[in-house]
Design a protein around this ligand. Structure first.
Ligand code: SAM
Length: 395
């Protein structure tokens, strides 16, 4: 048996009873000591874990329904193994087995996040003025956002118009590409300014493949040039097989196969720091949600109620729920500068976040207000004009 250092020590802080000592002895008879063993020590039971056949642990727990056996099971089950070998989960000695040694030193040598090093973002954060808190405001975000102080928003989640040629209420969606990006980046300039130090912006985009415009790369490139830190990219798998296969005449030919995308992208960037300040008790994501959502491919059906809401390009509430819970704390301030009929703001409110939603179309803003709790909204719901959150600013 190796020395204790070769094992991961799991401490169960409790004085062992006689029954517990029997469970410890049975545990040590049941498992090879080179894999795992338990010890009743002064005021605690310690499990020394290197590797384990998890089926055998289930067998052991089923055969001994006492409290300690169940505690041992739960404690081991809550720990992530980093490998499986010969049917056993491997827990300890990750450092020794790592393919890359001296990881930190090598990160420094490569100059990790080199593109964001020379930023000059102020660290002092501010608060959003009450007139902009928990409001849906109609207007051009580029202008409306000028009224907010620097560094006051925790999370921006948004989906801009994609320039696909959709029929929006107030604005054209078929601009000359360079004008489109100039306008989009002018709004994003304001977004970066109002983001807190450590705040995040998550942008849902879909490139126009038929124009060969990689919008998600251009947007990412813009944020990197502005010295934001790339947090990651989420693939929103819509399972949309409704898209075109080939250009005419190129079927089954390498001449010009048309690549098919059933997903959209969410690019996530941070201002100044990858880590966000927030009290632990305000994190409302569950262990299960966290485990599932950090695997950054999310399979979520597209919004099915677009016709009912009268908006051509909504994202589903589930997408907003995941982004908001994964990237912000309860009580944080969430902004959507292209808020449409208010998916982000409705979900933010439900999750106990403060919010501001801006859209250029009053028709959409009214629906977004109606969706807020207590407004009696929803598809086909009655819109109570201006009784609820929202001063209306036209620009
Ligand atoms: C893709 S949609 C967002 C839909 C939204 N995520 C939802 O679920 O309802 C983009 C929205 O941006 C709005 N928009 C376009 N230009 C704008 C601008 N300059 N300022 C504010 N909103 C704008 C459009 O009216 C449209 O509703």
């Amino acid at each position: 048996m190796d020395g204790e250092n070769a094992y991961l020590a799991i401490v169960l802080p409790q004085a062992a009873t006689v029954a517990d000592c029997r469970t410890v002895a049975a545990f040590n008879r049941f498992f090879p000591p080179g894999d795992v063993y338990a010890r009743a020590e002064e005021g605690k039971v310690v499990i020394y874990l290197k590797q384990l056949d998890f089926k055998k642990l289930k067998e052991f727990t089923a055969a001994r329904p006492d409290k300690l056996a169940q505690q041992i099971y739960r404690a081991i089950d809550s720990i992530k193994s980093y490998n499986i070998r010969g049917g056993k989960r491997i827990y300890a000695n990750y450092g020794a087995e790592r393919k890359v040694k001296q990881r930190k030193l090598k990160e420094e040598k490569r100059d990790k996040v080199f593109y964001a090093r020379a930023h000059d973002f102020a660290r002092e954060n501010n608060v959003v003025p009450p007139a902009y808190e928990n409001r849906i405001i109609c207007g051009d975000s580029q202008e409306i956002l000028k009224a907010l102080p620097d560094n006051c928003v925790d999370l921006i989640f948004t989906s801009p118009p994609y320039n696909f040629g959709l029929e929006y209420a107030e604005q054209d969606d078929d601009h000359y590409w360079q004008d489109y990006f100039n306008k989009l980046f002018a709004v994003f300039d304001q977004c970066i300014r109002v983001l807190k130090f450590g705040g995040r912006i998550a942008v849902n985009v879909q490139p126009l493949f038929s124009d060969y415009i990689p919008t998600h790369h251009l947007v990412s490139n813009y944020f990197m040039q502005k010295k934001l830190l790339w947090k990651g990219e989420i693939l929103w798998e819509k399972n949309n097989y409704n898209c075109k296969y080939t250009a005419w005449g190129s079927w089954k030919s390498p001449a010009s196969p048309y690549l098919k995308y059933t997903w959209e992208f969410i690019e996530v960037f941070c201002k100044g720091s990858l880590k966000k300040a927030g009290a632990k008790e305000n994190a409302d994501i569950t262990a299960e949600e966290f485990k599932n959502w950090v695997t950054a491919k999310w399979s979520i059906a597209p919004e099915r109620k677009m016709q009912e809401y009268g908006h051509p390009a909504m994202f589903p509430e589930e997408l907003a729920r995941r982004v908001i819970k994964l990237f912000s704390f309860r009580g944080d301030f969430v902004l959507d500068p292209f808020n449409g009929v208010g998916t982000t703001t409705a979900v933010a409110q439900r999750l106990g976040r403060n919010f501001l939603g801006i859209d250029i179309a009053e028709e959409y803003c009214e629906k977004a207000r109606a969706r807020l709790a207590g407004a009696g909204g929803g598809p086909g719901g009655h819109v109570k004009k201006r009784e609820h959150a929202g001063s209306v600013l036209h620009v």
